[in-house]
Every structure is written in structure tokens, then in C-alpha cells.
Design a protein around this ligand. Sequence first.
Ligand SMILES: Nc1nc2c(ncn2[C@@H]2O[C@H](COP(=O)(O)OP(=O)(O)OP(=O)(O)O)[C@@H](O)[C@H]2O)c(=O)[nH]1
Length: 786
Amino acid sequence: MATTSMLRILCPRPGYGPPAPSSSSLASGRAALSFRSQSPSSHAAAQRLLRQTNPTTYAYARGSFLRSLSTTASSVDGKIDFDSIKRRNIGISAHIDSGKTTLTERILYYTGRIKSIHDVRGKDGVGAKMDSMDLEREKGITIKSAATFCRWKDAFVNIIDTPGHVDFTIEVERALRVLDGGILVLCGVSGVQSQSLTVDRQMKRYDVPRLAFINKLDRQGSNPWKVINDLRNQLKLNASAVQVPIGLEGEHVGVIDIIEMKSYTFEGEKGVTVVEGDVPPHLMELVLEKRAELLERLADVDEEIGELFLLEEEPTPFQFREAIRRRTVSCQFVPVFMGSAYKNKGVQKLLDGVVDYLPEPHQKKNYALNRAKNEERVEVTCDKNDPLLALAFKLEETQFGQLTYMRIYQGMLRKGYPIVNVNSGKKIKLARIVRMHSDEMQEIDEAHAGDVVAMFGVDCRSMDTFSDGNMDLAMSTMFVPEPVMSLAIKPADTTKMQNNFAKALTKFTKEDPTLRVKVDSETKETVLSGMGELHLEVYIERMKREYGVEVISGQPNVNYKETIASKTTFDWLHKKQTGGAGQYAKVVGYIEPMTEEEMKAHGKPNEFKNRCIGTNIPPEYYPSCEKGMNDAMAEGALVGCEVEGVRVVLQDGASHAVDSSDMAFRICMANAIRDTMKRANSSVLEPIMTVEIEIPSEFQGAVTASLSRRMGMIQSSDMNDDGSGLKIECQVPLANMFGYSTELRSLTQGKGEFTMEYFQHSPVPRNVQEELMNEYKKEREAREAA
Ligand SMILES: Nc1nc2c(ncn2[C@@H]2O[C@H](COP(=O)(O)OP(=O)(O)OP(=O)(O)O)[C@@H](O)[C@H]2O)c(=O)[nH]1
């Protein structure tokens, strides 16, 4: 731990440090530190010169300059000159309970956006600023992503805090789709967990540069070096520490910046005073070792550092920082920061890292698709003077109507001016533009390229693009995972609540593309599908709270699918020519299985290929054949579930001059496929989940036995360093996971925790398939008899 004699107060207080310089030299020092009116390189040069020639003035000017910035932080509401300020759009994402919301709360406090800190599940019962929904505060989890903005030193930062629970993964997906950088938060004890893997995949999908923050270093058993190994081995990231912690567990008081070779402790109430000191001698060896490691990792990806490394020359702090920035922005390096959000350690230095290493909006490459030119990719400019291109990435129903969150990629949005929805062609006049601060809004008149804002009065769907009406460019959309669980629901009082029930479902499905509603064509029940039990439970609760609808629900069911394993031909005739208008259609072709890669490349679960030559089937009936295929795919022949992974190839057919029609071809194709699927080695697929369980090691036997009863396949089992805890990763059919939280609690005296996320659909065992088919058959017969 650093001793007081080594410490120097960064923002000088009376009585500390050397005598103050004169006011004129202080003014010129402040000017050298000002970021306005200077290019980044001349700014850095001026700072270096001042630091070398007059260190006392530099220290005072820096302190006074930083104080002036911290006062402007709270006055972020004033008009900001976006042309002269740095901008960062960042997301905070991680596994459940890693501390994202706790970290965001500190960020808001240190940047002057909130006056006091309230913790998630804190004793004061207030709850964190970003968890504004009652349900979030009651459950102590984040359900919706929430946006806010703040100012840190010379940067304006838009932040989106995202949920960690996999059931709300779409919130992470949409945030990462539109943001320029991310903070991947990791627990200092548990390291990389199942959701860290998912978030990392999502960040890679959208090429999001990121910093890692190892949180909870105050917890017993924390080990940042193990977490960094996890980042390298499990996530395959070129990650290296830029800090070394000062103390761990109860001793954790701060961090050492291994680039500047300075220590920082966080003192005073809520750690608000950042105290700079020298590297404590007992940590020097570790610091030098980690600095050498950082140099080596950077040298692997950065030419300039690589050359210095070969010449055995030490980069200057400036060269280090520039290289880290370059390689972070190009997603080749991940700088790792450390601390404890809850204990108010390390957050201010992480914020410095956001400004130093994450990109300006124009540095992150973004593309639009040219709809007129076969969806050719066009790089967007991020110039406010170019024509508008904005993406509506999130919709939220509020008491004032639909709130639409937009990321502006090019051009400007101005209140009172019209914009055009590229997808629907609708022209809209912008009534209100706001900046969101969790559930509070600040009205603004205009927003520029690179900004994230929200607006009212814009009727659109999630992922619609907006332009000035003169361009046919659309921003690419995001990846939407398939729901894995369904629930039959109905309002408790069908006469009084039916209207609100329908209204709520329409709004919710518009907001959340992973929530689906359909009416079962046979049972006529409304079926709600989503990402898991919690996801569906939250919407049922919201229906009650927001729309006054009590819902009666059936047993949750997993979403089975059907597919085929072999190529099978069809030659099907649909003919009804007795009395009245006749129906005649004939289709000939085959169905065959698609590979995973083919499905991904095609972008849809099934494919229709028309290989007809000639006009045996008149071309105007081809679309009806495709519709017939879709009808058959919506309800498979085995258990009535959706079909996936099937390619239908239409090769030939026949028609009748009078009796052929769209309807005849649609019915013909649907029946042809339903019949052929029965002969094509078809099987039922079930969702398999990756389950991660953390338990004290004495419960290993009981927990593994219960997993094997549930048909779990154990993938790995890792004991922690001191042998007290165990992390088990296994794959288990979702259908066997009902009631697992209660069982795990009783098996481990309440000390075990688990998370799960969708892995893939796999064929069910033959006996299970037969059981499911028998059940389906009985249900159909009972319905037909009734
Ligand atoms: N000891 C310790 N606890 C922490 C720290 N940061 C957060 N916590 C606690 O961890 C729990 C989860 O914190 P949150 O901030 O809600 O975590 P989250 O990642 O936002 O959670 P979800 O969004 O629901 O996934 C809370 O009880 C926090 O008080 C930390 O640095 N140290």
C-alpha cells in the first residue's frame, strides 16, 4: 500500500505542494492544456514542453484546468460545441451481476450527473439511476438498456448500460450495433463467464473496439491476472493490463498506471479525490513485469512499437498511449483496467481510458447498403454537412407516445424539419428531439452525425433507416436470435381486458424483436415466445402493471423445431374438378437438408429455389409456390413445429388453362412438402442450453449427479486456485432445466448459482421424438373430435 509521504494531490489543495506560480504563467499554462483551438499534435507538444520547462506551473495549471472541467461536467445541460469537443459513444456490457449498473452509477456521480450514489439493492431502497423501472429495482437486475450522457474532461460521452441476463440479450445486441466502443466488465473473482463470451461475440460481430474493466477487486479471492489469462485463452483477445492494482480484497485502495509509472488512490467521500503518487517500492517488480508484457503484446500488433522493441528501446508514455489507441480502435488490442466500482476505486482512471483509447465516432467504420445497387456497401461519412442517415435502434412506449432512439451516422436532425423513413417511404416532421438521462429527458433543437438521441412522434419499426428523402441507402440491421421458449396466454377477463391485452402485445413485440406472438392455428390459443422463463415473466408482469391486464398462462414449453436429413423427391398433383370452380396444380422437384453455413449465408431458416425451365408452371404462379412452401414450414408434419434447414427445389409441374390459380398452387406446394417431409428422415430438434454453475466444491458430487439426471453433458469443470469453489460448464436440453434453480438452491444450501444461454437446436432422442409425436397426434384427435 502506498504511504502518505509518497502521495501528491493531483488537484492541489491549500497547504500542499510547492508554492503557486504567478497568475500570468498559470494562464499561459492553462492555455497550453486547453484542447480547444489546437490540433491534437500541437496540443500534446505544448503540454510536453510546459511539463519539461516549468513543472510547477504545469502541475498547477493541470489542477486548475481539471477543476474547471469538473464544474462544466455538472453543467453538461448547457449548449455544447460538438465541433471542438471529443465524443465517445460507449456501451457497458457484461455477464449478469458483474457490476455494470454500479459502475455506471459511479461514472454519473464523478461526472457530476447525479448528486449522490444509490446502489443496486442498496439499503436506502432508492436503487441505481440507470435501473429506472420499478421491476428492475425490485428484482435488482437490469431489464432494459438505458441511455445517458455525461462530460468527462474534454469529452462528451454517450453511455448505454445494458442488461447482463441472457433473456434480454437483444438489448445488448442493439446497443453494440450502434455504439463506437464498449467497456467489457468482468468480475475479478469469476473472470470470463458464459455471458462474457456472448457479449464478446456480439462485440466482434459489430467490430466494437473495447476496454476491459476487472471489477470487484475488493472481493475475497479476486485475481486480475487469472482474469486476463481468461481473456486471452477463452475470448482469444490480445489483452494486457495497463494498470496494476494496489492491494486486493480488503486491501484494495487504488491502481498503478504502468505507462505513466504513477500510483492513484481514490480518497475522500466516495473516492472523489484522485491522489497521485509514486509506484510503491514493493510493487515495482510486478509493475515492470507487467509493463514488459504490455510492450510485448503491443509490439506484436503495432509496427512502431515493434521496431522499438527490436531495438530494445523503451517507448515514451506518449508512444505507448498512441499505440494502444491505434490498436484498440482497430480491434487488435484490449487494454485492461482494474478497480472496484462498489468501493469507488479505479473508475476515474477508467474514464480517462475511455477518452484516451476508444474511437471518435468518425473513426469507427460504418456502412449503409445501397438498395438501388443490389445492397452494395457504402461507407458512411459521419459528416454533419452530408445528407442525413440515421438508424432507429430502439423503441420504447412512454406516457408521451413512442420514444424512438436514433444513432445519426451522417447529417443532422433538426426539430421541426422533415425526415423520411427509407423502409416505409413515410415522411415525418420531427416534433421533439431529446437526450436521455435514464428516464429523464433534456429537450434539444438539433443533433449531429455521430450522436445518439431520442425523439417523439416518429412512427417506425425497430431498425428502420431515416434519410432526407434523396438517398436510397439503408443501414444494415442487427442479428436477432430465435426465441427458445413459449407460453400459451389469455387475459383473465376476456370481455374487459381483451383490448388492452392486444394493445400490450402489439407494443411489446414492436419494442422487442425477440418476443413473438402467434395464434396457434389448431388450438386458437395466443402463444407468446421469448428467450427464456424470465423474459416471458417480465412481459406478463408488465402487462399487469402498464396495461392493467391480469394474464392466465399455461405451462412454459420449449420451442421444438423440425428438420430433414435426406434428399427426397416429390411429384404432387392437386386436383378438384368436380362441380363449381375447379382447382388444378402440379409440382415436381425435391427437398434437401441445408448445412448450418448455408442457412447463415441465406439469412433465412429455409430456402426456395426455382429451377423450372419452360412454362409448364406459368411464371405468375411461382410466388404462390413459395407461399405454399412457407405454409408447410410454419407447421411441420411430425409435431406441428416450425421447420428449419430445408431447401425446396421446384423443377417442373403442370397447369390447367381454366382451373389453375394462385390458391391451387399454394395448396399444392404446401401439401407436397408436408407429405415429402415424412419420407425425408425428418426429426424433431430441441434447444440445448450452455449452463454455467458456480458452487462451493463440497457440493460437486450432488450437483454433477443432478446434471446427469437432467441429461447434461459436462464440458468443463474448473476448481479455483484455493480449491474452495468450482465452475462447471455443461450442455443440457432446455426441456430438462425447468425447476433447476430450486433444486440447485436445495442441493447447495443456497450457495450455488447458475446461468444459462442458448447453444443450439439438436435432435431429440428417438424415444422422446416418439412421445412428442404421440402427444401431438392425441391432441389433434381430441380437437377434431370436439
Ligand atoms: N464487492 C463488490 N460488489 C460489487 C461491485 N460492483 C457491483 N457489486 C455488487 O454486485 C451486484 C450486481 O451489481 P450490478 O451493478 O447490478 O450488476 P449488473 O452487471 O449491472 O447486473 P445486471 O445488469 O442485472 O446483469 C450488486 O449487489 C452490487 O452491489 C464491486 O466492485 N465490489
